[in-house]
Design a protein around this ligand. Sequence first.
Ligand code: HEM
Length: 465
Amino acid sequence: MDQFYIAILSVLVMSIIWFIKVSFNPGRRTPPLPPGPRGLPILGYLPFLGKNLLHQFGDLARQYGPIYKLYLGNKLCVSPSLVKEVVRDQDSIFADRDANIAALTVTYGGNDIAFSPHNSRWRAMRKIFVREVLSSGSLQASYNLRKDEVRKAIRGVYNNIGKPVQVGELSFRTELNVIMNMLWGGIVEGEEGQKVGDEFREVVIKFVDLLGKPNIADFYPVLAGLIFKMLSREIKKEGKDFLQVLLELKENEDSEMSMSLTQIKALFVDIVAGGTDTTATTIEWAMAELLNNPKAMANVQNELSEMVGLNNEVEEFHIHKLKYLEAVMKETMRLHPAVPLLLPRSPTQTSTIGGYTVPKRTRVFINVGWIQRDPSIWDSPSEFKPERVCAGLPLAERMLMYVLSSLLHSFEWKLPDGETVDMSDKFGLVLRKSTPLLAIPSPRELPLLLDHRTSCMYTSVSVVV
Ligand code: HEM
């Protein structure tokens, strides 16, 4: 018995010595984990099961400050608003992604750019993407594709004058056609084209929704391998590998691309899913804000009249002159960032952010949705005030400005009688409007863009110019 008490006593004494050593030797002390809500063992923080995760992340930021932790299942997650520390000062540590199981599945195990680890393969793919799609030479070369699609969209609106238009859907189809044209030079025309476009939209929206939806394996990493195999089998079984089909139709394989078929498919997923829904959703939000703010709408249309001219159509070369519209776009992106938590990051080593420890492989969510409405940074943060944006910042996304300016230059827009704009959002990887925006166009000027008048229009434009 004596021996038992001696053992207990020794453990106690050793624990006290260890505690004193750790507490009074600040040089060797590891900073604590960030503060955050208590979760239940194994289940973690339960309110995340509620509807709008983004609003909950905002509430937690308000309560716990610039960095907090929470457990989703048994996965440790951290959400810092100390962006400079994460993406600039310690960028190389935080440049890996924490891809959820859905992202890994649709990108064939992170073979794309967005969910790839930060390595030489990521660098090579990004280089090809920038050179082939985003370089100014490639963008210039593809201008006619964008022009044709924007004109087609405007013509479609003319044909439905006075009837409600689903702005998000129209923008999505236009973006998708442009991207499909840019990637493999083809879309399907006519009614069949509309059908394919609608189906494609559904697939992309399902894709993006899937990417934003939590899966049990994301909270219990030990299940990830199993669920990845199950999901991959399911996708193959349902024949949803639409990129495979499209690649077979693609005529000119670029021989310089030393990428595997899997990588090309994963890259297409990035471009189609990353480039369509984000841009179309932002256009829809911008239009919703403008319909809610008639003074800002009048300012945009006055600027368009002045810079483009009522008898001309918008061209991409006008875009850099549209400073007020640029401010509208930036203010829209501030209030309704398309991807409000960015894509989660994952530190490759344990580090310190804001004086707290962020362990290796924590899931890091940077909540730009919160930062961009933080009352300590923004005056009247929830008000739409394009005037707060300093004009003259670098050129923003061409397509967003081009589609939006063309819709606003060609038409007056109003809401259906007796309706107001519902500005509530629905959380997902892409932050969409809860209810799609319906707006009724009426011509702002003569309908110059109808097919049979195109050549006359060019004549009149050149005369005016
Ligand atoms: C309004 C339009 C867009 C928005 C709001 C948007 C938003 C974002 C965000 C937030 C990220 C993650 C950044 C991070 O976590 O560090 C991202 C990455 C990416 N986006 Fe976009 N995006 C838009 C348009 C596009 C377009 C048009 C394309 C393709 C043509 C595209 C392709 C990509 C790719 C490939 C990545 C991954 C980059 C990497 O991880 O290195 N995005 N985008």
